[in-house]
Design a protein around this ligand. Structure first.
Ligand code: NAX
Length: 329
């Protein structure tokens, strides 16, 4: 058994689809490495008690050497006690006939409570990754309700979008996906996001010199990435889960291990005003880290085309924030 002290990881929505793929990856060491024990805090709503019991039984049945405890919890206060990482996956999905504003209001209340509970109960080194949609705005709400937690500890997930974009470029260019680098997602995890092909590279060369079909890059490529979630629902009858869980693992790894030299990773962070994006908005940027501290990469060229795309997705985020402010007032 490893002698490292265990990391406590809370996963909300632990009995949901993404939870079912995610927990076993964390437990196997994919997120924090093969020598890092974990204690899993499985946070759910009381109605999911039975389902959660089943998931906890399956975790036990895996006999994972790295799992040093399983803590089922039915309130955020209980669930976030002493946690070092909180993966906020659970949220209420949009139902037929529900307006976006209504959804923002319902989830808004959940994330108000979770923000407060994190501030009161989590470990002093807490880091938070929000996955439950609308993830950027949910993250903003939780952050606003936990002023004692520094703003650089809050993240919302756009890694799935980055991975999707890299795969589309690799398929088009006929290369392996690992040969696509420097692909940043800007803005919101929504249909307005901007996968920045203009600064991405294939085998170290600008994408635009390898894929010369500019109309495809500016048109079908962006649309495919933006609409990928909807396409998966059409094909599978369910929203993406395993690929989302994989992206959660990738996100935490990309924040806890150094970024490859010259490369970047995508995650939504609290804007510091970089690239003229309003301060405080949870926006996806090109990010790099030494594994401890992260920074928004400065000086990335932004063409007029990119500027318009970034402005549109940031405008949506500002609108979501303003809607939520009204809904929660
Ligand atoms: P499921 O509906 O399968 O699971 C959600 C789970 O959350 C349920 O078990 C529910 O009981 C639980 N839950 C609801 N409110 C809760 C609360 N207040 N506290 C604790 N648990 C709570 O959804 P799933 O497919 O797992 O998706 C989860 C979320 O991820 C959704 O909001 C979804 O839209 C979002 N996604 C985000 C992605 C991203 O890239 N950021 C991609 C995948 C996914 O669509």
């Amino acid at each position: 058994m490893s002698t490292n002290s265990p990391i406590r990881v809370a996963i909300t929505g632990a009995a949901g689809q993404i939870g079912y793929s995610l927990l076993f990856r964390i437990a196997s060491g994919a997120m924090f490495g093969p020598n890092q024990p974990v204690i899993l805090h499985l946070v759910e709503v009381p109605q999911a008690e039975n389902a959660l019991k089943g998931v906890a039984m399956e975790l036990e049945d895996c006999a994972f050497p790295l799992v040093q405890g399983i803590v089922p919890a039915f309130s955020p206060e209980e669930g976030f006690k002493g946690v070092n990482w909180a993966l906020l996956v659970g949220s209420v999905p949009r139902k037929q006939g529900m307006e976006r504003k209504e959804l923002l209001g319902i989830n808004g209340k959940i994330f108000v409570g979770q923000g407060k509970a994190l501030e009161k109960n989590a470990a002093s080194d807490i880091r938070v990754l929000v996955v439950g949609n609308p993830c950027n705005t949910n993250c903003w709400i939780a952050k606003e309700n936990a002023p004692g937690i520094p703003s650089n500890r809050w993240f919302a997930m756009t890694k799935l979008d980055e991975n999707r974009a890299k795969s589309q470029l690799a398929i088009k260019a006929g290369v392996h996906v690992s040969e696509v680098t420097n692909l940043a997602i800007w803005g919101n995890h929504s249909a307005t996001q901007y996968p920045d092909f203009a600064n991405a590279k294939i085998q170290g060369k600008p994408v635009t010199s390898v894929i010369t079909d500019q109309a495809w890059l500016e048109g079908d490529f962006i649309k495919t990435v933006q609409q990928r979630g909807a396409e998966i629902i059409k094909a599978r009858g369910l929203s993406s889960a395993a690929s989302a869980a994989n992206a959660v693992v990738d996100t935490v790894r990309s924040l806890t291990t150094p970024t490859a030299s010259g490369d970047c990773t995508s995650v939504a962070v609290c804007s510091d005003g970089s690239y003229g994006i309003e301060k405080g908005i949870m926006t996806s940027f090109p990010i790099r880290t030494d594994g401890k501290n992260w920074e928004i990469i400065q000086g990335v060229p932004v063409s007029a085309f990119s500027r318009a795309k970034i402005d549109a997705t940031v405008a949506e985020l500002v609108e979501e924030r303003d809607t939520v402010k009204l809904a929660l007032a």
